[in-house]
Ligand binder design. Structure first.
Ligand code: PNS
Length: 161
């Protein structure tokens, strides 16, 4: 049976920390769907089409990785895709509480679907999309922290170096 994992998130924009989790997930599962959400409570820098495009460009070498957008409940999307696994990256202890809450709620909504966590590589442990947006906005260097294709997009969007 084909084993499909879904890696959901807002990816505004994708970072090298995300990319590392995607690649490591692709080494374990037959297929990985990177599922891009639209969180109405978040003020996104990039629209969803741009976020999807940036991930597609960054993962174009991998046939087993698909990029998609979803609305509504993640659990409903997982069922629609016939995937049984949600993958989330865990950085420091500070991620734990929110991730525990999400995984517990998703388990309550459908007990057949598992959430698994992958520890972020040490070198990316401080990295987040929001810190990338902030550093870009203030003209700091983000080389090596996001996929190469994301740098010109950020420059265009907020004028960062
Ligand atoms: O990158 P993020 O913002 O941490 O990702 C959060 C995401 C998209 C995984 C989460 O907000 C989500 O699953 N949203 C979809 C709506 C949903 O299912 N909410 C209930 C989750 S418990």
């Amino acid at each position: 049976m084909r084993r499909v994992a879904v890696y959901p998130g807002s990816f505004d924009p994708i970072t090298n920390g995300h990319l590392d989790i995607i690649e490591r997930t692709a080494n374990i599962f037959d297929n990985v769907i990177v599922a891009v959400s639209n969180n109405p409570n978040k003020d996104h820098l990039f629209n969803r089409k741009e976020r999807v495009e940036m991930i597609e460009e960054a993962t174009s070498d991998y046939e087993s990785i698909e990029v998609d957008a979803f609305d509504g409940l993640l659990i409903d999307y997982i069922k629609q895709q016939e995937a049984g696994i949600i993958v989330r990256g865990l950085r420091a202890v500070s991620d734990f509480e929110a991730e525990f809450q999400m995984a517990s709620m998703n388990k309550k909504l459908d007990s057949d679907i598992e959430t698994i966590f992958m520890m972020t590589k040490n070198k990316y442990v401080y990295l987040s999309s929001s810190i990338i947006r902030e550093v870009s906005e203030l003209g700091g260097c983000i080389e090596g922290l996001v996929p190469e294709n994301v740098i010109p997009r950020l420059r265009e969007e907020i004028g960062g170096e």
